[in-house]
Design a protein around this ligand. Structure first.
Ligand code: NAD
Length: 505
């Protein structure tokens, strides 16, 4: 597919089906991470805009054109959104690449996932119609109970920058499928494609207010959304630090939250792997894909001692072969990280590892052929101790650290030696061992003989400090539904008989 030459659209906030200037008229720069140049700007919402957007969302729920829709009607909108995204795929992928630095072909694959996710939730929206009202069998004949699954209300969706439009879609598609009205707050680091989703919604005629999109800073736009008394739920994906702030603020209003946070996931490689090169490639992909900025990055390589030397030699050869370049270049496999701040943070992790006694076996520097842009070489760190920062903390960059093990027991212990619990991976020919590992892993997702493939049908989410709640699949839809019990006394002519009736005195 040809990469189009593109102009950055200048958008406003998307509220009530139209583009609106922020009340305070503030804007934030868009910086291309591969050139460090400012290439445009996005509107910066504040609490005043949050109020307007939440009101628009609430009104949408009161109006028949959204509030009274069936799942089948909402499915039509979701399918229309999917079709428009597909039509605009080359343009959207290019915008995503310029904004976030991810290689164009990865951005294009993200757009395919966006399309598939909207289509998948269109199917679930249709299926919801027959499950909207279900009977619950009771042990008494005098009562009848049924359960309604109804939209939760107005939901606030706050997303990060590593998969900008895809992370927004993981929340927007099920929220709309369920019949909620949503206010989306994408990351200020990469908001372009989420704003373009507003244009898509306008073009397909999504009823006004069903989806509102507020770009802006976390403390100015995200925080008032979380604390807004008329927002019924917050679904958040981002860092643990922000997750704690969001949970604390939401707790003041007893507002439910779903938290998809960071990780420090392990990949355990046993000496009975099927094939050395295949195992090496999954190890690289597990950590360096998306420029190393993957929440579930398997960034702790736990390697069986017996194959360590052979495996490392091959890992180095493959790593040296990774093409680092402008992410719009064909065959780019590693682009820049998102921002100067993130670049400096990652470099600090590498220098701290060195100061704590670890060895930078490969990388750890800016690639010599790229003088500008937030580029970091794929980095492999050995001689790592479990007390080191590099073993414990999420780097969110292309940095892999390594420890060896002797026995399966030790491998499982090392894999679970983290306060996070998002994902884990095991590479081994022995499927019984893989099954034992999957059961013992303290995480929300386990990959066997691979790392990272993520589909929209199974559940996604973590345990421990990686958060709670599940996105994707039917679990993703449940996030946006209220379960209401309706119980009827089915013998209205029979007295209840708890108190003495005055007529019997
Ligand atoms: P971040 O926490 O800095 O920001 C995420 C979002 O929260 C942004 O939209 C930001 O503006 C907003 N925000 C910041 N402060 C806020 C506040 N006080 N109140 C409300 N909103 C606020 O995270 P990031 O740097 O954008 O993303 C990287 C993190 O996201 C990593 O830790 C990564 O592991 C995690 N992540 C997790 C998953 C997952 O599925 N578990 C997926 C992708 C990314």
């Amino acid at each position: 597919m040809a990469i189009p030459n593109i102009r950055i659209p200048c958008r406003q906030l998307f509220i009530d089906g139209e583009w609106r200037e922020p009340v305070k008229k503030n804007r934030l720069p868009i910086i291309n991470p591969s050139t460090e140049e400012t290439i445009g700007d996005i509107p910066a919402a504040t609490s005043e805009d949050v109020d307007i957007a939440v009101r628009a969302a609430r009104n949408a729920l009161r109006r028949d054109d959204w509030g009274s829709t069936t799942g089948a009607q909402r499915a039509k909108y979701l399918r229309a959104i999917a079709a428009k995204v597909l039509e605009k795929k080359p343009e959207l992928a290019t915008l995503e690449t310029i904004d976030s630095g991810k290689p164009w072909f990865e951005a294009a694959a993200d757009m395919d996932d966006v399309v598939a996710c909207f289509e998948y939730y269109a199917d679930l929206a249709e299926a919801l119609d027959s499950k909207k009202k279900t009977e619950v069998k009771l042990h008494l004949d005098a009562f009848k109970t049924h359960v309604y699954r109804e939209p939760l209300g107005v939901v606030g969706l706050i997303t990060p920058w590593n998969y900008p439009l895809l992370m927004s879609t993981w929340k927007v598609a099920p929220a709309l499928a369920a019949g909620c009205a949503a206010v989306l707050k994408p990351s200020e680091m990469a908001s372009i494609t989420s704003l373009e989703l507003g244009e898509v919604c306008r073009e397909v005629g999504l009823p006004p207010g069903a989806l509102n999109i507020l770009t802006g800073l976390g403390h100015e736009a995200g925080s008032p959304l979380v604390s807004h008394p008329d927002v019924d739920k917050i679904s958040f994906t981002g860092s643990g630090l922000t997750g704690v702030k969001i949970m604390t603020a939401a707790a003041q209003l007893v507002k439910p939250v779903t938290l998809e946070l960071g990780g420090k996931s392990p990949i355990v490689v046993f000496d009975d792997i099927h094939d050395l090169d295949i195992a090496v490639e999954w190890t690289l992909f597990g950590c360096f894909w998306t420029n190393g900025q993957i929440c579930s990055a398997t960034s702790r390589l736990i390697l069986q001692e017996t194959i360590a030397s052979k495996f490392l030699d091959r890992l180095l050869e493959w790593t040296k072969n990774i093409k680092i370049s402008d992410p719009l270049e064909e065959d780019c496999k590693l682009g820049p990280v998102i921002s100067r701040g993130q670049y400096e943070k990652i470099m600090k992790f590498i220098s701290t590892a060195k100061n704590e006694g670890a060895t930078i076996l490969y990388g750890g520097e800016r690639p010599p052929h790229l003088k500008k842009g937030y580029y970091i070489q794929p980095t492999i760190i050995t001689d790592v101790d479990t007390s080191m920062e590099i073993w414990k903390e999420e780097v969110f960059g292309p940095v892999l650290c390594l420890k060896t093990f002797k026995t399966e027991e030790e491998a499982i212990e090392l894999a679970n030696d983290t306060r996070y619990g998002l994902a884990s991976a095991i590479l081994s020919k022995d499927l019984d061992r893989c099954e034992r590992f999957a059961k013992a892993s303290q995480s929300g997702c386990v990959w066997i003989n691979c790392s990272q493939p993520c589909f929209w049908q199974p559940p996604w989410g973590g345990k421990k400090r990686s958060g709670f709640g599940r996105e994707l699949g039917e679990w993703g839809l449940e996030n946006y539904l209220n379960i209401k019990q309706v119980t009827q006394y089915a013998s209205p002519n029979e007295p209840w008989g708890f108190y003495k009736s005055p007529s019997n005195l």
